[in-house]
Design a binder for this molecule. Structure first.
Ligand code: G
Ligand code: G
Ligand code: MN
Ligand code: NA
Length: 255
């Protein structure tokens, strides 16, 4: 309980912020959008990823708090970018099962974006397959379906590492899959990884699902993925996640 109120005050003090990692269209290297990644800014200026937040992703209550905080911050950034006449690029947010289980998530997202005057088509919700396999899978599926009807895009994160990926592509209406970085890492050396990535891209294209390669770190990975028709790339080769102001500069500097 004490830890929860500590986490809440951390969020309220603005110590946790979305950082934005660019997603680049591989054909022309244009900036297509950004994935928002939570960063805890420590007193000495160091950044902590949620993987190291105490409880943030394992405790349902903390996950809900983090999600609300991220969504509010992202909507504020989107509004500011809209006022600065930036083109309507997309922003992705990572969403967990506890948030989607609650039933009121789509309505809350809709109300927040309506209050800012930001269209819901600016937002992509990233879920992992484990979210789809939640105990309350029916509620989760309903929430995703409602979000999509409202104009939010749905992205399947860490694709290929979970269970029954192909069933999910059939059951849910998915706009995008993110090929897990473990497959991208081996692209230039491992023929199994090449085969998996190639097959995933063919499958996605025939289902008219967009593809993002995660963890893109080299020019040779970029060439391989572009040749095979992968739509977007995200990784240190382009940029790590950066603060909102730097993301804005990155966007304007991109082709
Ligand atoms: O950048 P990286 O170290 O942040 O991310 C570590 C893990 O934390 C990844 O699995 C990423 O999806 C997740 N993550 C990053 N930001 C958020 C967030 O705002 N909400 C949730 N639920 N997960 C996040
Ligand atoms: O699980 P998810 O894909 O949402 O989280 C993204 C994670 O990948 C974050 O921890 C982010 O910092 C990390 N990441 C982003 N780009 C790269 C990259 O090029 N290489 C590696 N190794 N990790 C990356
Ligand atoms: Mn993600
Ligand atoms: Na991922």
């Amino acid at each position: 309980l004490q830890q929860m109120s500590t986490f809440r005050s951390l969020l309220e003090k603005g110590k946790v912020r979305p950082y934005y990692q660019p997603q680049i269209q591989l054909t022309d290297r244009r900036c297509h959008g950004f994935e928002a990644l939570a960063r805890w800014i420590l007193p000495n200026g160091d950044l902590l990823s949620p993987a190291h937040f105490p409880n943030a992703l394992s405790d349902p209550e903390a996950a809900v708090m983090l999600g609300e905080h991220m969504l509010l911050s992202i909507s504020n950034d989107l509004l500011r970018w809209q006022k600065a006449n930036m083109p309507p690029f997309k922003v992705s947010i990572n969403v967990t099962a506890p948030e989607l289980r609650r039933g009121d998530y789509p309505r809350k997202v809709a109300e927040l974006f309506a209050s800012k005057g930001v269209p819901l088509s600016r937002l992509t919700v990233e879920v992992t397959e484990s979210v789809l396999l939640d105990d309350k899978a029916t509620q989760v599926a309903q929430a995703l379906s409602d979000l999509r009807q409202m104009g939010v895009s749905i992205s399947l994160d860490d694709f290929g590492t979970g269970f029954a990926s192909l069933t999910h592509l059939k059951t849910y209406t998915i706009d995008e899959i993110k090929i897990d970085r473990s497959f991208i890492a081996g692209l230039n050396s491992n023929s199994d990884d090449q085969a998996i990535v190639r097959a995933t891209l063919v499958l996605a294209r025939s289902l008219r699902i967009k593809t993002v390669a995660e963890g893109l770190e080299s020019e040779s990975q970029l060439r391989f993925l572009r040749t095979l028709g992968c739509d977007y790339g995200q990784g240190y080769f382009f940029s790590p996640a950066v603060p909102a102001a730097q993301a804005e500069r990155y966007f304007w500097a991109s082709p």
